[in-house]
Ligand binder design. Structure first.
Ligand code: KIV
Length: 275
């Protein structure tokens, strides 16, 4: 499909909410998530039917040139959430709380309120058991939460690099336990990053919240990719990502192809999956 000729049929025609996503999990319809950072891409995502936008702190690496997400600030997150919200009024927008801005429930509440005021519909936090109290506090006060388990990039210095997680039985059990706790605490979504396929499947089948996988196989309720990877802008792309622009030819077609492949369960293929 040539640039500029996105058909009206692919555009979102209603607001995507947490209720929409829960219904999709129940009916087995996969939803599509893209991590992106600016208004034009957000607008194109709306036109191509992308249900969820993540303004990820990955922007520190993809846009700002840092080596990790650790230096990202609240001000940078707010700037990009505002831009994305200006470009798209239908997708559900998640904003990351960056490193060390949610170390206590009160700090999380104050900073989550700032991200929501900037235009997000949900905040995303990295961590397991220790976050259950925070998830409960935020959701009880009207702030939906997406949890994030597995390879949580803000803990890169604990992991000793950007490494897949949950590879031993004990690690996998801990991630499974954390997912159940966060579900019970009221989390609305769960990102599973770089965990074994079998673990992602087991979690997806045992929690009520929809799961979004990245490097976690095709059995999650949704997939997320970073826009830079979709468009082939990453010099050394991770194994789980795919350059959709290469075969699609232009940006809207790349987003449409990604969305279509996720919906059909074709992406990720074995080639883009850990054992
Ligand atoms: O920051 C981000 O973009 C993310 C995704 C890669 C899941 O957390």
């Amino acid at each position: 499909m040539p640039y500029g000729q996105i058909s009206a049929a692919t555009a979102l025609d209603k607001n995507i909410t947490v209720t929409t996503l829960r219904k999709m999990k129940q009916t087995g319809e996969k939803f599509v998530t893209v991590a992106l950072y600016d208004a034009p891409m957000a607008a194109m995502a709306q036109q191509t039917g992308v249900e969820v936008l993540l303004v990820g702190d990955s922007l520190g690496m993809t846009v700002l040139g840092y080596k990790t997400t650790i230096p990202v600030t609240m001000e940078q997150m707010i700037y990009h959430v505002e831009a994305v919200a200006r470009g798209n009024d239908k997708s559900l927008i998640m904003g990351d709380l960056p490193f060390m801005t949610y170390a206590t429930p009160q700090q999380a509440l104050d900073n989550a309120a700032r991200i929501m005021r900037a235009g997000a519909n949900m905040v995303k936090l990295e961590g397991g058991e220790w976050l259950a109290e925070t998830v409960q506090m935020l959701t009880q006060r009207g702030i939906p939460v997406c949890a994030h388990l597995g390879l949580t990039p803000q803990s890169v210095n604990i992991f000793g690099g950007f490494r897949a997680q949950g590879k031993t039985a004990a690690e996998a059990e801990k991630i499974f336990y954390d997912a159940q706790l966060l579900d019970e605490a009221g989390a609305d979504l769960l990102v599973l990053e770089c965990v074994p396929v079998a673990l992602a499947k087991r979690i997806t089948e045992n929690v009520s919240m929809p799961t979004i996988g990245i490097g976690a196989g095709r059995d999650t309720d949704a997939q997320v990719l970073v826009i830079n990877d979709i468009l082939g802008l990453t010099p050394q792309p991770p194994k789980f990502s795919k350059n959709f622009l290469k075969e699609a030819g232009d940006i809207p077609s790349a987003l449409l192809k990604y969305a279509d492949d996720v919906k059909k369960g074709v992406f990720p293929s074995d080639e883009h999956t850990f054992g």
